[in-house]
Design a protein around this ligand. Structure first.
Ligand SMILES: Nc1ncnc2c1ncn2[C@@H]1O[C@H](COP(=O)(O)OP(=O)(O)OP(=O)(O)O)[C@@H](O)[C@H]1O
Ligand SMILES: [Mg+2]
Length: 426
């Protein structure tokens, strides 16, 4: 009997009487299970995908942490430039499909090197007055503060010192994954930047060449067009009227290409002024509204009543709007109820306010694999007599020279939406 008791004590490490033996064994087994869970969580945290998005990472860490802690919301906070980017993930009890509520917000940072866990807890306490917060630092291998992990609990709850210690250990492992992601993102940005530099060097060379050729062609072409017009007035040449008309049309088309090339290479001087975007929309519609109406396209205007002023070349921005409207019209040729929507709005992006203008059509849409190509000079899917393929590349050039951008969303067979963003005039 004694030997059995001794043997059990040796095996389990439990000094116990027989009566409490099973109770204590259960406690040990529970502790082992808990330790196993912790190891599993840590294992998961080191396997976070390097190319995941930050909201996904936040949700994935939060999901793991529910196995060890009870909390209402998890926040992954990262230092970025002079701000703290905070990604929240909460498990809504009402959601039957188990999906998480994710969000993000930015906190400005006054003294960004010395921010401590307590400072962050105070900032969060102001933002979430009904919660208690527990934050732990994310420290990189090189001993740099990358950010924080935070748990928000119901007001009366909080983490015991042991649980806080565990949370810190978990943060150490999560920091490895976060640091890897940051390094990967850095590297990706550098590679993209390099590719952009090569591309812009090529475009600059092409632009210069195009400007030279365009200048050279402009004068002889003006002479050709002038002479053809003179010849067309000669009555005895009636047999050749059709041919001369064709020559004239081709000449006009060449002139249009040359003008586009000159704008594209930005060799022309433009006058900049402060102007409301709605005014430019009205002007552009005034110019081509009739053309659109004749094609049977109805135009819906959703113009914002906010003070959306930009500092811009009126002529150039109108040209973008006209290009977008004409492209829309072309895409609507076989649509039963062709409609173009022009919308202006205030857009917040990259912590900045922009004036947004979008032109949407319910036409052919654009195949996903062509989306990358439509902004390339001379890319067109239209008949040679119809499209030069310069409309969008010229428009993109103008948008960028105004410090803005031009982008597209589309679904083949359904719709296309082009959005122009310009810096708002403050
Ligand atoms: N709203 C749109 N819907 C469908 N496809 C579009 C739309 N806008 C542009 N595209 C596609 O992008 C291509 C390039 O457009 P871009 O305006 O640069 O040239 P283009 O319209 O063909 O010729 P140009 O504008 O010089 O007369 C078009 O040929 C067309 O295939
Ligand atoms: Mg076009």
């Amino acid at each position: 009997m004694n030997t059995k008791q001794e043997l059990l004590e040796k095996l389990t490490g439990i000094q116990s009487s027989r009566r409490s033996y099973y109770k204590e064994l259960t406690v040990v087994v529970d502790e082992m299970k808990q330790k196993n869970k912790q190891l599993e969580v840590i294992n998961h945290l080191t396997k976070i995908q390097i190319n995941a998005t930050w909201p996904d990472v936040s949700e994935s860490i939060a999901r793991q942490l529910t196995q060890l802690f009870s909390f209402a919301t998890f926040i992954l906070t990262l230092h970025e430039g002079g701000v703290l980017r905070c990604y929240t993930a909460s498990e809504p009890p009402t959601q039957p499909d188990g999906s998480w509520e994710c969000g993000s917000f930015i906190l400005p940072l006054e003294k960004h090197l010395a921010l401590q866990e307590n400072d962050l807890d105070k900032r969060f306490a102001e933002r979430f007055p009904h919660r208690t917060t527990s934050s732990v630092l994310l420290i990189s291998q090189r001993n740099q503060a990358l950010g924080f992990l935070t748990l928000l609990h119901d007001k009366k709850q909080g983490l015991s010192p042991e649980k806080l210690q565990l949370f810190r250990q978990i943060a150490e492992h999560a920091a490895v994954s976060v640091e890897n992601m940051l390094l990967y993102n850095d590297l990706r940005k550098k590679v993209n930047l390099e590719a952009q530099l090569v591309q812009s060097a090529k475009m600059a060379a092409l632009g210069e060449m195009a400007a030279g050729v365009a200048h050279e062609l402009n004068s002889p072409l003006t002479a050709i067009l002038g002479n053809i017009q003179l010849l067309q007035r000669e009555q005895e040449l009636t047999d050749y009227q059709q041919m001369m008309q064709d020559i004239y049309q081709c000449g006009v088309r060449c002139k249009k290409i040359i003008q586009n090339l000159l704008i594209f290479s930005r060799q022309e001087e433009f006058h900049f002024e402060d102007v409301h975007i709605n005014e430019l929309v009205e002007d552009a519609l005034g110019l081509i509204g009739y053309q659109l109406a004749v094609s049977g396209v109805s135009v819906r205007k959703e113009l914002s009543d906010k003070p959306l002023f930009v500092r811009a070349s009126r002529h150039q921005i109108e040209q973008i709007i006209i290009n977008l409207l004409l492209n829309g019209r072309d895409a609507l040729q076989d649509t039963p109820q062709p409609e173009l929507t022009v919308e202006t709005s205030l857009v917040q992006e990259d912590d900045q306010d922009w004036v947004g203008l979008s032109v949407t059509d319910n036409g052919t849409g654009i195949d996903a694999e062509l989306l990358d190509q439509i902004f390339q000079p001379f890319f067109t899917t239209k008949a040679t007599s119809k499209g030069t393929g310069l409309g969008l590349s010229v428009s993109l050039g103008i948008a960028e020279s105004h410090g803005g951008s031009l982008r597209v969303e589309s679904m083949a067979g359904s719709f296309s939406r082009f959005t122009l963003l310009l810096p708002i005039l403050s």
